[in-house]
Design a protein around this ligand. Structure first.
Ligand SMILES: C[S@@+](CC[C@H](N)C(=O)[O-])C[C@H]1O[C@@H](n2cnc3c(N)ncnc32)[C@H](O)[C@@H]1O
Length: 267
């Protein structure tokens, strides 16, 4: 394992929640709620969406049958359905894979509602890569900061691209999505959080392990995910009766950042 992959691993491992805190947590601080991941009717016109759409259009022109798109860690499928919008769509089929089965239900329901041929694969990437198959476009949004062992995860994204016209689009935040709450871990749990793995670290892993130099797009998004005090209290493993304290503490830290990074590469 090279230096960049080791740095990623160490930084991600160090951000685990200590057992003494997890033991008393009233709710799982990691699980995502499907309601937060329902894809919008009209997607935001982001660099990630435009990159996936362009890859799909190129692949569709090659194949003449429309592009197949795989969404890894799909949640409700915002990335997949964003690339498929608007009609006429170059995306002929979407496949979503996620380790949370309830997310796949949202993905499949949206595909049915929008009349998009689809499939789902339940499980963890890269273990399910074989079952997910190969596709023209592979998108993976906001999943890398869940991963400790990054090289096989990234290698499987590249290997999931078939043919010569497709590619991979990864969207992530410059730092761990929960890094903005680090001052509150110190305040409520007396826990110093270590430095986060960064998007630059991921780019370094791509170069070091796969010899891949992605296009890097840095941009700002609207503040849209829930970050009210009750949501933050759950992330901090705190019970409901601490929510007012959390609310007060949130006024003393910078708001959740809005910077986003898109990485695009072709095999
Ligand atoms: C922050 S959500 C992002 C969902 C979606 N990609 C989006 O941008 O709206 C992360 C999703 O990735 C899933 N996930 C995390 N690690 C995964 C892995 N190794 N394999 C498959 N799914 C994973 C989670 O269950 C969750 O649904």
């Amino acid at each position: 394992m090279g230096d960049a992959a080791r740095r990623w691993r160490e930084r991600q491992s160090a951000r685990g929640i200590p057992e003494r805190i997890l033991r008393d947590a009233p709710a799982d601080p990691w699980t995502h709620t499907t309601a937060d991941f329902t894809p919008p009717e009209t997607p935001a016109d982001t660099p990630s969406r435009r990159a996936a759409r362009a890859l799909a259009e190129r692949a569709a022109a090659w194949t003449c049958t429309g592009a197949s798109l795989l969404d890894v860690g799909c949640g409700g499928g915002e990335a997949a359905f964003g690339a498929a919008w608007p009609d006429p769509s170059p995306v002929a089929r979407v496949v979503g894979t996620d380790r949370q089965v309830d997310m796949l239900a949202v993905f499949a329901g949206t595909a049915r509602d929008r009349g998009v041929p689809h499939g789902t694969v339940h499980g963890s990437w890269p273990e399910v890569a074989g079952a997910a198959g190969r596709h023209d476009v592979v998108v993976c949004h906001h999943v890398l900061h869940n991963v400790v062992d990054l090289p096989p995860f990234l290698a499987a994204l590249t290997s999931a691209v078939r043919g010569g016209a497709g590619g991979v689009v990864v969207e992530m935040l410059p730092e761990h999505p929960m890094a903005w709450l680090d001052p509150l871990w110190e305040r409520f749990h007396d826990l110093q959080r270590p430095a986060s793995a960064t998007a630059d670290d991921a780019v370094a892993v791509l170069g070091e392990e796969l010899g891949t130099e992605p296009e890097v797009h840095r941009w700002e998004r609207d503040r849209r995910l829930p970050h009210d005090a009750a949501w933050v209290a759950r992330r901090l493993c705190l019970p409901a009766d601490r929510v007012p304290e959390v609310e007060e503490a949130l006024t003393g830290i910078p708001p959740r950042p809005t910077a986003v990074v898109t990485l695009v590469w072709t095999p």
